[in-house]
Ligand binder design. Structure first.
Ligand code: ADP
Ligand code: NI
Length: 217
């Protein structure tokens, strides 16, 4: 197995599959998660190849787009990696990352079973917050035809993945139901530091948003 060739082939496959997607889960999300994962991995004692494969494949079949079958992702990733003759140990670790990575609601814990998974989960979460996180969240809301904000509808705390998935609220609520919760759920110290900065940026954005909503500033 030539690791460079495997990474190049996986990257080609994913780029082709995700290009032009309009909900914020496009190829460039995968690209940013790969770059952030590599940055975080420099500060951690992890296997870089597993981290890179995990980052490239983590959204291969996102639950929001495949009607809830959580095994589609691991199955597709396994087929792809087997066709590239990736060793079984890597395949199993990458599949665990795909299974475990997602946020599933404010009240639902989502621990990762490997250090490599912790790195990729942090990178995925960093892309959900800060300037990019704000852009992606409104892109997703528009893609689902949601209101940007409705002051009459308060955010909810979801205690199960089922309740979180069913939620149809406006996009500002998503900040309270997920984005602002992420900084306290980071795994690595470098990830925590970046998350703190991005968190503060979102708080500034929200404060201006509410002022402008009332015609102020
Ligand atoms: P994870 O990366 O933990 O699997 P998701 O794939 O569910 O998270 O979500 C990734 C991004 O998609 C979110 O960070 C957000 O930008 C957007 N998104 C998902 N659900 C919603 C929602 N209900 N409203 C607005 N944006 C959403
Ligand atoms: Ni992702």
């Amino acid at each position: 197995m030539d690791k460079e060739k495997v990474l190049a082939a996986v990257q080609r496959y994913i780029k082709n599959k995700f290009e032009g997607e309009g909900s914020g889960h496009d190829w460039w999300h995968i690209y940013r998660v790969l770059k952030s994962s590599e940055q975080i991995a420099e500060h951690e004692d992890v296997d870089l190849f597993t981290v890179q494969l995990g980052a490239l494949l983590h959204d291969i079949a996102d639950w929001k787009f495949v009607n809830g079958d959580e095994e589609v992702g691991p199955r597709k990733a396994t087929e792809l990696m087997e066709s590239l003759e990736v060793d079984a140990l890597y395949i199993s670790k990458v599949c665990d990352i795909i299974r475990e990575i997602s946020f599933k609601g404010a009240g639902v814990k989502t621990p990762m079973s490997t250090k490599e998974g912790e790195v990729v989960q942090d990178a995925d979460r960093l892309d959900a917050i800060g300037a990019i996180g704000i852009a992606r969240t409104f892109a997703y809301g528009g893609n689902r035809n949601r209101e940007i904000y409705n002051p009459d509808l308060a955010p909810e705390e979801h205690n199960s993945f089922e309740a979180y998935k069913k939620n149809e609220g406006h996009t500002i609520n998503h900040f309270y139901e997920k984005l602002l919760l992420l900084k306290d759920r980071m795994n690595t110290s470098y990830g925590k530091k970046l998350a703190q900065e991005r968190h503060e940026y979102m708080e500034g954005f929200l404060s201006r948003f509410y002022s402008e909503w009332e015609g102020k500033l």
